[in-house]
Ligand binder design. Structure first.
Ligand code: PEP
Length: 250
């Protein structure tokens, strides 16, 4: 989208130990060129690596975020982490509503919305994930699902500065399958019109990432689709070489 700075973001999921920090270091070095003025980059390692990862990126444009946050600021929620804790580790972003959270932890749209509000309250940029399952696509319900998830997972106060949308067809995540460029174009155009009708100028500027089996080999085509303002990358974000190759597709 014209006038939008794309974001290339990596989601490490439940992968990565201290031994993987070399990859983050290599990414931090690899994004130091002039392309970083045009394209933002982000890696979301597991929470265990957050603090040390942000220290590694001190002098790099590579930003570090988390993969989830609790909807409350603190309290009796064993095992959870709050948006404040992420900000305290110098994380700047948090992914919310990833399909694996929606499935593994039965997260509802209402919960995703509450988490997004918690992220905003802590000053984090929230990456709100939406996307249809394979079954929903077969039944022709893709746009209905996107409409509902956008309406119910994104809070009223969302702005282009505080919120990024990630379109991740569930059937394309980790499968090597991707929608055709024209299917991606249709979904993103639909989401853009939904965002504009709800948020006006902010909706026109809000980034909409594509996610689902983005690889160095298909990045250029997918990132070139209208209204695709970057990528959310799972598997191919684990290795600096792949992540930097996708970034370099811009
Ligand atoms: C993801 O989990 O956000 C994702 C898109 O995964 P992958 O790139 O591995 O399909």
């Amino acid at each position: 989208t014209p006038d939008i700075r794309p974001l290339v973001a990596g989601n490490w999921k439940m992968n990565g130990t201290r031994a993987s920090l070399g990859q983050i270091k290599a990414m931090a070095e690899g994004v130091k060129g002039s392309l970083s003025e045009k394209v933002e980059t982000l890696i979301c390692p597991p929470a265990t690596l957050l603090y040390v990862a942000t220290a590694l990126c001190d002098d790099s444009p590579l930003m570090i975020g988390a993969q989830d946050c609790h909807q409350k600021q603190s309290g009796a929620h064993t095992g959870d982490i709050s948006a404040e804790m992420i900000a305290d580790c110098f994380g700047t972003h948090v992914i919310v509503g990833h399909s694996e959270r929606r499935t593994d932890h039965a997260e509802s749209d209402a919960l995703v919305r509450a988490k997004t509000e918690a992220a905003h309250a802590a000053g984090l940029l929230a990456i709100v994930c939406v996307g249809e399952t394979g079954e929903e696509r077969k039944d022709g319900k893709t746009l209905d699902v996107l409409k509902r998830q956008l309406a119910e997972s994104v809070p009223d106060g969302a702005t282009a500065e505080s919120t990024v949308i990630a379109y991740e067809p569930v059937w394309a995540i980790g499968t090597g399958l991707t929608p055709t460029a024209s299917d991606v174009e249709e979904a993103h155009a639909f989401m853009r019109s939904e965002l504009v009708s709800r948020f006006g100028a902010a909706g026109a500027k809000m980034r909409i990432l594509y996610g689902g089996s983005v690889k160095p080999g298909n990045a250029k085509e997918l990132m070139g689709v209208a209204n695709v303002d970057g990528a959310l990358i799972g598997g191919a974000s684990l290795k600096a070489e792949d992540f930097l190759a996708i970034y370099s597709a811009y």
